[in-house]
Ligand binder design. Structure first.
Ligand code: GUN
Length: 754
């Protein structure tokens, strides 16, 4: 969004002709995405709000929307234009852009909503689309059949069926004009899914989610979330999703986090008419207000009292501007949150603003699909079993898939601190993703030596733990090689070998959070995931001096260390050679565990690759690079997020260890079913190969296949059709997105292999 201005704004430049109708994603945070929709009237940046313009009552002139607010698209109703001779004449002769005096993208609706309000409309299915095309709209809408929340299953099924049946005729009437294919299905999960799958098979440009106005009017936000999760995962991911009639800023963060790209708002004007102000936390009457809920530019010269004293039309116009400004500001916040990777947290914060929104948010993150996860942390969260029962009664299937759809698109690890948000923290999807990955991949060393029947759990302070623990770790490595050391973090146990891994290390919270003495039952439960459920737990408090001798004493008391050995452990300096050997082992384990966790590698392959590796460390002792005996640089642990960057030499080594066949399609598969198969491969076509070899990014449209376990943020290998390595990079998307998108970057290349 550009700055709000007083002067005229430049007319939009049309997109490249070949790009018309294409949508690309430029940045993402889970399912939230920043995108660009290419049209003849400019490239629309999403998420976007399309203000509703009633061509008969223009509360704010479309030209002002363009000039002052930089609004790139608006929506108006083609049925109203079609019905009013005077509007129809101008639109037909001079086009809808002239009728509205607006140079940007114009979307029109079809009359479906009028049919919902008034019972019927007298326009034909093809007729209304042809009319929209004839007046030059950028995005037309077919005449779908509105499904109301109070309808029976049979009635809703009929709406879904009829809408799908109208699709072919509508699309052929639209010709080259982009067409909206709305999703109906009332409150029925399976009908929403059926509608999404059915409509998704046709060549629509955008999929609005329809039939949600009464759901929002009645604050049925949990149903709103369910409708989204029953529809969006089943739509082609390369098409924007529009929430029909959703213009309340309070709903933006959650909606965008669940995959919405477009909103339209009549609310800014309708609410203004009866003196209501939109805010990100709900709606307020101007009634007796003394201060503005948010001090927006358009009211900087007025108090609420001044505005109350204005004439009706002037007041409405000013409050409409106020509402629009508030709405656009919240949209900007969402967009910045996507860039910062904090969108879910924004939705989480906003969920506290309205009880129905909170209920929706808790349903998404905890119930009923998420029961398999970490319930020991969630005793304060509501689990709405009645609701689960209703879903089952409706033969609705399970919701696990919807939650997995969110979790599998999360980038992990991420940069920056992870502010503690109470119990909600545990169910942030990227935290879920990180914990799941750790549990799937990390395993204790299979060493039989001393300590192999125990596990030392250190707790009590936040990180970094390296300085505090590194001497102890060297000693333990030498004296108790079988011992595993885990650190208790507020979101679960973290192996010492991964001690700098985000988000575990970066939880930003009060001291008591770290001081809490761990609960042995929940530790035991977690250890079971790693096959260490039978081991004896030795707890050590990290706070205070002498951690080394306290830990060793605890091991003595537990009988792990005994006899003359104890004296040595406490007092004798280790020989240099022993120290160096132990240090090298710890460094190797640090890198090896990251390769297993973050590159999906097989532990034995990693051992072979790193057999005689050495490590470059910085002055704080952190590993910077892993190097083979012949000088080949393999990988570099990243200091910012505890992640791992692959070097060209590492890509070659990893590529050589692959045993899985070349992926020929884009079938998504469970990460659990593909453990240890290595980082995903992306197969690039012959046209793109020379560019990738030079280190250029991989663009959509040049990909022939990818492994089903790839997800955004993953390191991946780039290969040609013969399976030869041509580069490596960071995936920007999921397998279905790799398959469907035609524009934008699919993999950010980090190295080309000449
Ligand atoms: N406006 C608000 N809801 C709807 C809907 O379901 N369909 C159409 N075409 N327009 C709408």
């Amino acid at each position: 969004m550009g700055a709000w201005t007083d002067g005229p704004r430049k007319e939009p430049a049309p997109c490249r002709e070949a790009d018309t109708g294409l949508f690309e994603v430029t940045s993402r945070d889970g399912r939230g995405r920043l995108g660009r929709l290419h049209t003849a009237h400019g490239i629309l940046e999403t998420p976007a709000l399309l203000p509703v313009i009633n061509p008969n009552i223009r509360t704010i002139e479309p030209r002002e929307m363009w000039d002052r607010y930089g609004i790139g698209a608006l929506i108006t109703n083609s049925y109203i234009i079609w019905k009013h001779e005077s509007l129809k004449e101008v639109a037909t002769k001079e086009g809808v852009h002239t009728l509205l005096d607006y140079p940007g993208v114009i979307m029109t609706d079809s009359g479906t909503f009028q049919a919902y309000i008034y019972g019927d409309v007298e326009v034909g299915v093809e007729e209304i689309v042809e009319f929209q095309k004839s007046i030059g709209v950028d995005i037309a809408t077919m005449l779908d059949v509105f499904s109301r929340p109070d309808m029976t299953e049979e009635q809703v099924a009929q709406c879904v069926k009829e809408t799908i049946e109208r699709a072919p005729a509508s699309l052929s009437a639209a010709g080259p004009t982009m067409l909206n294919g709305p999703i109906q299905g009332g409150l029925f999960k399976h009908l929403r899914t059926q509608s999404a799958q059915g409509m998704g098979e046709f060549d629509f440009a955008i999929h609005p989610i329809g039939g949600i106005v009464p759901v929002m009017e009645r604050h049925m936000y949990k149903d709103y979330a369910k409708i989204m999760l029953a529809s969006i995962p089943y739509l082609p991911p390369n098409r924007p999703v529009h929430m029909f009639g959703c213009g309340h800023p309070m709903l933006f963060p959650m909606s965008i986090a669940l995959g919405a790209d477009l909103f339209d708002s009549a609310a800014y004007a309708l609410f203004a008419r009866d003196g209501r102000l939109l805010t990100p936390w709900g709606t307020q009457k101007i009634g007796t207000l003394v201060e503005w809920p948010e001090r927006m530019p358009c009211v900087s010269a007025y108090t609420p009292e001044d505005v109350r004293a204005m004439a009706k039309d002037e007041k409405t116009a000013l409050l409409a501007r106020y509402n629009l400004e508030v709405t656009l500001s919240e949209l900007d916040r969402c967009k910045q949150a996507i860039r910062d990777g904090t969108l879910w947290r924004l939705a989480e914060r906003r969920s506290h603003q309205h009880p129905a929104l909170r209920e929706a948010f808790l349903w998404i993150s905890t119930s009923p699909h998420n029961k398999k996860l970490d319930l020991q942390f969630l005793d304060e969260l509501i689990l709405d079993d009645r609701d689960a029962a209703r879903d089952r009664d409706q033969n609705a299937g399970k919701w696990e898939d919807a939650w997995d759809w969110i979790v599998q698109s999360q980038e992990s690890p991420r940069k920056g601190g992870e502010p503690w948000g109470g119990e909600d923290t545990h169910v942030r999807p990227h935290i879920n993703a990180a914990k799941k990955a750790l549990r799937n991949h990390w395993r204790p060393q299979n060493k039989s030596g001393r300590g192999s029947q125990e596990v030392l759990v250190a707790y009590g302070t936040s990180g970094p733990w390296r300085e505090r623990l590194s001497d102890l770790m060297v000693r333990l490595e030498h004296h108790c090689p079988g011992l595993e050391v885990m650190i208790q973090t507020p979101i679960g146990l973290l192996p010492y070998s991964l001690e700098d891994l985000n988000p575990f290390t970066h939880i930003d919270g009060p001291q008591w959070l770290w001081r809490r003495r761990p609960n042995s039952l929940s530790i035991r439960e977690e250890l079971e995931h790693y096959g260490m459920g039978e081991r004896r737990i030795i707890l050590v408090d990290l706070l205070g001096d002498g951690i080394q001798s306290r830990a060793i004493s605890a091991l003595e008391q537990a009988g792990v260390l005994e006899g003359n050995e104890d004296v040595k452990v406490h007092t004798e300096p280790m020989e240099k050679e022993q120290r160096e050997k132990a240090k090298l082992h710890l460094q190797r384990r640090h890198v090896a565990d990251k390769m297993v966790l973050l590159l999906n590698m097989d532990a034995e392959d990693v051992e072979l690759i790193l057999e005689d590796s050495t490590f470059v460390v910085n002055r704080l002792g952190r590993v910077k690079n892993a190097i083979l005996a012949d000088g080949t640089h393999i990988v570099s642990p990243r200091l910012t997020d505890g992640g791992l960057s692959i070097a060209d030499g590492g890509a070659k080594q990893i590529h050589a260890h692959r045993t899985t066949p070349l992926p020929l399609g884009f079938e998504q598969s469970e990460p659990e079913a593909n453990l240890s198969k290595g980082p995903a491969w992306v197969v690039v076509n012959d046209d793109a190969e020379p560019f990738v070899r030079q280190g250029r990014n991989v663009f959509h449209g040049f990909i022939l296949g990818c492994d089903g376990w790839i997800s955004p943020g993953d390191g991946c290998l780039l290969v040609n059709q013969k399976g030869e390595l041509i580069g490596h990079g960071i995936s920007q998307c999921t397998p279905r997105e790799m398959r469907d998108f035609r524009k934008g970057v699919a993999v950010k290349t980090r190295g080309g292999i000449k």
